[in-house]
Ligand binder design. Structure first.
Ligand code: ATP
Ligand code: MG
Ligand code: MG
Length: 523
C-alpha cells in the first residue's frame, strides 16, 4: 500500500464519484430494520457519509422497510442509536414505507404502459422458467386485466390476489438473469411495523430502491459489488418509469475471517446462547466491537483506509485492531494490574516504612491525560509469573521506581529484595510491574476467541459444525487504586498486559470486569 494511505488513515483515498458536483451530491444509507448494524453496515454508512460531506452534499438515512415479515421497531430504534454512536448524522431520516402510495401509482403506470404484468404462476415453476428463459403464460395478459388484478385482487389480498405477483416485463431470455422479468410487487398480510395494516401489497427491493432514490434526489447510489448484475435492472426501472438518472457506485463488501455477518446466523447464536446478546463482545455488530474496545475513530479510519478497494476479501481482524490501537495508544491512561500476587518485602534505603502516595502522569508522553496515584511501600506485590523466573542475587527493575536485588526466595513463594533504586535499569533483564500491597482492587480480565473455527466457511458447510468450543477466558487479578475512578466504557492500558475496556463495575461479589482489546498483533 502507498505511503500516502498510511498517513493517519484519514479520508485521503483518491476516488471521485462520477459526475459529482460540489454542493449537489446526495447519498443514502439504506438499512433494512431487520437486525442490528454490523461492521459491514458501518462501512456502508461511513462511506456514504464520507462522500456526502466530501462534496458538501447531503446524506439520507433511509429505512428500507418494505418487507414486514422481517422488520421490527426494535431494530429500527437500535439502528438509529448505533448510527449516533458512530457519530453518523444524516441530513434526514426517511422510510421507504413513506412512499408506498407513490410506488403503487408507479406500478399502475408501468402496467398501463404495458411494461408490467400480473402473474399467478406457482413459485417453483416461475423459478424454473426464469432459469430456462421461458416466457410466463401470463406475460401477454391484456393491460385491463393486469390493472384489475393489481388494483382489486392484489391490493385487497383476495384469494386470487394472494396467488399473484407483478413482474416487470423486461426480457425473459436476457443473458443477465436479473432482467428476466423480476417480481416488483407481492402480497404480504403481516402488519407493517409503521404502516400497520394499511397495505397488503409491498414493492420488492428491486422496484423500491430506484424509485425512492429518484424521488429523494439521490445523485449517487452506493451499492456493494454483488449487486452489479442488478445495475442494469435498476437502470431499466428508472428508464421505464421516466425517472431521473442516479449513478450507481459499487464498493466491496467487507468480510472478516472466522466471522459471520448474516443476520439470520447471528440471531441463531443469540437464541441458542452461544453469545449473551447482540452486543456481545465476540459479535461483529457495531455494539459488539465497541464493547470490545473499538473506538468510533478507529472504525472510521479503518473503513476509510479500505477506501476504494473492490476486491471482496476476508479481512484479518488484526488489521482493524491495529488501526484502533493507533487511536487509543496516545490517550489510554496507563494502569497496573497484577495476576496471582506474590509478596515482596523491600529492605534498604528508599523503601518507605509506611505507604506513601505520589501523583504521577497517567501517560508519560501525554500529560493531558492527567495524573494518577502511585503508592510506594516496602511491601509490594508482583505477578507470580514474574516472580518465578527471578534468580537469587538478580538485579531487577521495578518499573517507574528503581532497581532492587533479590536477596531471598522464601518457601511460601514470597521474596525479599534490597533496594538499589538508582541502579542502571538498562542493565537489568527483568522490568517488573508492581503494586503496593495495599489499597488495590479486585479485577477480572476477560479475553475472547473467535466464534468460528474456520477462516471462511464454504457454501455447503453448516456454521453450527464450526463453533469454537471455548471463546471466553477469565483471569482474576488486582488493579491499582485508580481503577476506582474509572467509568464503564473507559479504555486504558494495563502496562505489560495490554489495552482494556471497563465493561462493568463491581456488583455483589463481581469485581471490576475488563475486556482485553486486541492490539492488532498477530497471535
Ligand atoms: P440481510 O443480511 O438481511 O440481507 P443486509 O446485510 O443486506 O441484510 P441491509 O440492511 O439491507 O443489510 O444493508 C444496508 C446497507 O449495508 C446496504 O447498502 C448494504 O449493501 C450494506 N452492507 C451490508 N452488508 C455489508 C458488508 N458486509 N459490507 C459492506 N456493506 C454491507
Ligand atoms: Mg438487504
Ligand atoms: Mg443482504
Amino acid at each position: 500500500s502507498s505511503g500516502k494511505k498510511k498517513e493517519g488513515h484519514k479520508a485521503n483515498f483518491e476516488i471521485d464519484l462520477p459526475d459529482a458536483k460540489i454542493g449537489e451530491v446526495v447519498t443514502r444509507f439504506p438499512p433494512e430494520p431487520s437486525g442490528y448494524l454490523h461492521i459491514g453496515h458501518a462501512k456502508a454508512a461511513i462511506l456514504n457519509e464520507y462522500f456526502a460531506h466530501a462534496y458538501k452534499g447531503k446524506l439520507i438515512i433511509r429505512f428500507d422497510d418494505t418487507n414486514p415479515s422481517k422488520e421490527k421497531m426494535e431494530y429500527q430504534d437500535a439502528i438509529l442509536e448505533d448510527l449516533e454512536l458512530m457519530g453518523i448524522k444524516g441530513d434526514k431520516v426517511t422510510y421507504s414505507s413513506d412512499y408506498f402510495q407513490e410506488m403503487y401509482d408507479l406500478c399502475i403506470q408501468l402496467i398501463k404502459e404495458g411494461k408490467a404484468y400480473c402473474d399467478d404462476t406457482e413459485q417453483e415453476k416461475m423459478r424454473a422458467e426464469r432459469m430456462d428463459g421461458i416466457a410466463s403464460a401470463k406475460r401477454d395478459l391484456p393491460v385491463e386485466e393486469n390493472l384489475r388484478i393489481f388494483t382489486e385482487e392484489m391490493k385487497n389480498a383476495t384469494e386470487i390476489g394472494l396467488k399473484n405477483c407483478v413482474r416487470a416485463k423486461i426480457d425473459y431470455k436476457a443473458a443477465n438473469k436479473t432482467l428476466r422479468d423480476p417480481v416488483i410487487y407481492r402480497c404480504n398480510l403481516t402488519p407493517h411495523h409503521r404502516t400497520k395494516d394499511q397495505w397488503k401489497i409491498y414493492p420488492t427491493y428491486d422496484f423500491c430502491v430506484p424509485i425512492v432514490d429518484a424521488i429523494e434526489g439521490v445523485t449517487h447510489a452506493l451499492r456493494t459489488i454483488e449487486y452489479r448484475d442488478r445495475n442494469a435492472q435498476y437502470e431499466w426501472m428508472l428508464d421505464a418509469l421516466h425517472l431521473r438518472k442516479v449513478y450507481i457506485w459499487d464498493f466491496a463488501r467487507v468480510n472478516f475471517v472466522r466471522t459471520l455477518l448474516s443476520k439470520r446466523k447471528l440471531q441463531w447464536m443469540v437464541d441458542h446462547g452461544v453469545v449473551s446478546s447482540w452486543d456481545d463482545p465476540r459479535f461483529p455488530t457495531v455494539r459488539g466491537v465497541r464493547r470490545r474496545g473499538m473506538t468510533v475513530e478507529g472504525l472510521r479510519n479503518f473503513v476509510l483506509s479500505q477506501g476504494p478497494s473492490r476486491n471482496i476479501i476476508n479481512l484479518e481482524w488484526s488489521l482493524i485492531w491495529a488501526v484502533n490501537k493507533k487511536v487509543i495508544d496516545p490517550v489510554a491512561p496507563r494502569h497496573t494490574a497484577v495476576v496471582d500476587p506474590v509478596q515482596v518485602t523491600l529492605e534498604g534505603e528508599g523503601a518507605p516504612q509506611a505507604p506513601k502516595v505520589e501523583l504521577k502522569p497517567k501517560h508519560k508522553k501525554n500529560p493531558a491525560v492527567g495524573e494518577k496515584k502511585v503508592i510506594y511501600s516496602k511491601n509490594i506485590i508482583i505477578d507470580k509469573a514474574d516472580a518465578e523466573v527471578l534468580e537469587l542475587g538478580e538485579e531487577v527493575t521495578l518499573m517507574d521506581w528503581g532497581n532492587v536485588i533479590i536477596t531471598s526466595k522464601n518457601a511460601d513463594g514470597s521474596l525479599v529484595a534490597k533496594t538499589n533504586l538508582d541502579g542502571d535499569f538498562k542493565k537489568t533483564k527483568h522490568k517488573l510491574t508492581w503494586l503496593a500491597n495495599t489499597d488495590y482492587v479486585p479485577i477480572e480480565l476477560v479475553d475472547f476467541d473467535h466464534l468460528i473455527t474456520k477462516d471462511k466457511l464454504e457454501e455447503d458447510e453448516n456454521f453450527i459444525d464450526f463453533l469454537t468450543p471455548q471463546t471466553e477466558f477469565h483471569t482474576k487479578a488486582v488493579g491499582d487504586v485508580n481503577v476506582k475512578d474509572m467509568n464503564v466504557g473507559d479504555i486504558i492500558q494495563f502496562e505489560r498486559k495490554g489495552y482494556c475496556r471497563l465493561d462493568s463495575k463491581p456488583e455483589g461479589d463481581k469485581p471490576y470486569i475488563f475486556f482485553t482489546i486486541p492490539d492488532g498483533k498477530a497471535v
